[in-house]
Design a protein. Structure first.
Length: 549
């Protein structure tokens, strides 16, 4: 029979990461801000532990603390310990951190566009980690990079090696980040919202991939997310965070089936519900496209001759009425975002494009200017689209100044305050910078920037992808309210079919640049006709007991 000392040794060998009484504070001119307060948890070898909670609850701050990559000009640790195996990481030197970071502990960051180097190809960025930490022969590195890209679902991986981050869709960029993190087969993978930008079918593939890698390498996973559906599928244990503290923790099944804390119950109950009021059938057509095409040339050879085309959007016909929401769904790379940019004339295209009866296709920049205020966009990556050198107030005010809205600075400031409060950002926060906000808060700022101009048509490109479920529900309600109040038309691009179901009048299903199926939202979700549409809906609603699929 093992002694008490032997039992303790066995537990210590099993424990990979131990966070004890961790506190994190940020210095500010208004006084120190306590972001994390006395947090303790452990991750065992081969185990998946999820940190869940609303944006700003401190989840990502904990992840950055583990790797010691917080900005220590503003952040500090008043107390706590972070042990990885036998190494104390809190305050560790470069020798320990150099051995651990990217090798024994890897991290998938929340916003891939800002985490990837825009000047380097994806091959170079994935290969860099292999070169730094693994003794791969030079001729084997490319082969390993291709293997990694295939593992995370990048199609034609050998042809995408020379691509730069901006040439990939949001979901594809996220997959490249996952490939980089998995390159060295780490002992612990910290995944900060790794499925945020992924469609439901790919999300299932990535979760299955992570499970397979855990089984293969005994890898542990610290999974940070606001998506409780993902937590239920993948996590062994869950820690629920609120305002910097863990309010409930335990085995995932037990916490989900019998939550004890009021906040946990609130998270489990929060979800976009209902549907928007039906659009007036007599409402005028605001935007119309016929046979819209966006083809990107594929060049090869010494003379870079065009040998084929990537048919990103291939002959799409769309009508959007005043006050109507058209949802666009499909896997990453299906052409959803390219279609939205083409309808805004932010992407060159062929075909007929009309807005409020006016032909836009032949207009130059000066001719388009009067329409820019009426046609706005909320981009998928809020951090990449918000200037880091401007305060939130300046970012939201910029459009007002360009379009000469508001008689003076005071009037413009009133408009900025009103729209920020509409999306749930306090007016006192307008003097802060984007990096001082959580991912979900930045997404709300991006929505405010579009709404302040009171446009007639908005392309919403994954506007709720970075938001926790309770805030998703708030944003859906906000968008419905604003739509009725101002008769707004939306093109709502999303991989989250639950949000689309709650917001869209009609749904367009895209695959490989083509329209697969189109119809009223209720008909698409209740009786999808195309096998691909059925596959998407099954993946999104597989945990629903009422699902017919």
């Amino acid at each position: 029979m093992p002694s008490t000392l032997e039992k303790v040794d066995a537990v210590c060998q099993k424990t990979l990461l131990n966070v004890s009484n961790l506190a994190v504070s940020f210095r500010s001119s208004d006084g120190d801000i306590e972001a994390v307060k006395g947090v303790s948890f452990s991750v065992n070898k081969g185990e998946t532990v999820a940190l869940v909670g609303e944006s700003g609850s401190g989840k990502s701050v904990i992840a950055l603390s583990i790797l010691q990559i917080l900005s220590y000009t503003t952040a500090y640790h008043p107390a706590g310990s972070i042990k990885f195996k036998s190494d104390e990481l809190l305050g560790a030197g470069s020798d320990i951190l150099g051995r651990v970071r990217g090798n024994r502990i890897s991290m998938i960051f929340q916003e891939p566009m800002t985490a990837l180097n825009p000047l380097h190809t994806i091959e170079k960025q994935i290969a860099e980690s292999l070169i730094l930490h693994k003794d791969y022969p030079g001729n084997q590195i490319r082969k390993r990079v291709i293997e990694l890209l295939k593992e995370v679902g990048i199609q034609n991986a050998d042809q995408r090696l020379g691509a730069f981050p901006h040439e990939l869709s949001g979901g594809q960029r996220q997959r490249v980040m996952i490939a980089m993190a998995l390159a060295n087969e780490p002992d612990l993978l910290i995944a900060d919202e790794p499925t945020t930008a992924l469609d439901v079918t790919l999300q299932a593939q990535i979760l299955e991939l992570l499970k397979n890698l855990q089984r293969k390498f005994g890898m542990a996973l610290l999974f940070i997310t606001h998506d409780l559906g993902v937590v239920e599928k993948i996590a062994d244990k869950v820690c629920v965070m609120e305002k910097g503290s863990i309010v409930e923790s335990g085995e995932t099944k037990k916490v989900f089936s019998t939550p004890t804390h009021a906040y946990t119950k609130q998270l489990l109950d929060a979800e976009p519900k209902g549907s928007k009021s039906a659009v007036d059938t007599a409402a005028p057509v605001l935007l119309e496209s016929k046979e819209i095409k966006v083809w990107f040339p594929i060049r090869k050879g010494l003379l870079r001759r065009v040998v084929d085309h990537v048919r990103a959007v291939d002959g799409m016909n769309i009508k959007i009425h005043e006050g109507e929401t058209v949802g666009v769904v499909g896997e990453s790379g299906s052409g959803k975002t390219t279609l939205g940019m083409a309808l805004l004339k932010l992407q060159n295209s062929e075909g007929i494009l009309r807005f409020d009866g006016e032909d836009l296709q032949n207009l130059k920049a000066n001719g388009m200017r009067p329409f820019r205020r009426q046609m706005q966009v909320v981009f998928q990556d809020p951090f990449g689209s918000l200037s880091p050198r401007m305060t939130v107030g300046q970012i939201v005010e910029e459009g007002l100044r360009i379009h000469e809205i508001g008689k003076n600075k005071r009037k413009r400031d009133d408009l900025v305050v009103n729209v920020l409060e509409e999306v749930g950002i306090q007016s006192v926060d307008r003097n802060r910078y984007p990096h001082e906000f959580s991912g979900g808060q930045r997404q709300r700022i991006a929505i405010a920037r579009a709404l302040v101009l009171r446009p007639r048509f908005i392309v919403l490109d994954e506007p709720t992808s970075a938001l926790d479920r309770s805030v998703q529900a708030q944003i859906v309600d906000l968008l419905r309210t604003l739509q009725v109040r101002y008769k707004l038309a939306y093109l709502f691009i999303s991989h989250d079919l639950k949000v689309v179901k709650a917001l869209a009048d009609r749904v367009i299903v895209m695959r490989h640049g083509k329209l697969v199926e189109e119809g009223n939202s209720s008909r698409i979700f209740e009786a999808p006709r195309d096998p691909y549409t059925r596959e998407l809906i099954m993946a999104a609603f597989q945990n629903e007991t009422t699902s017919e699929f």
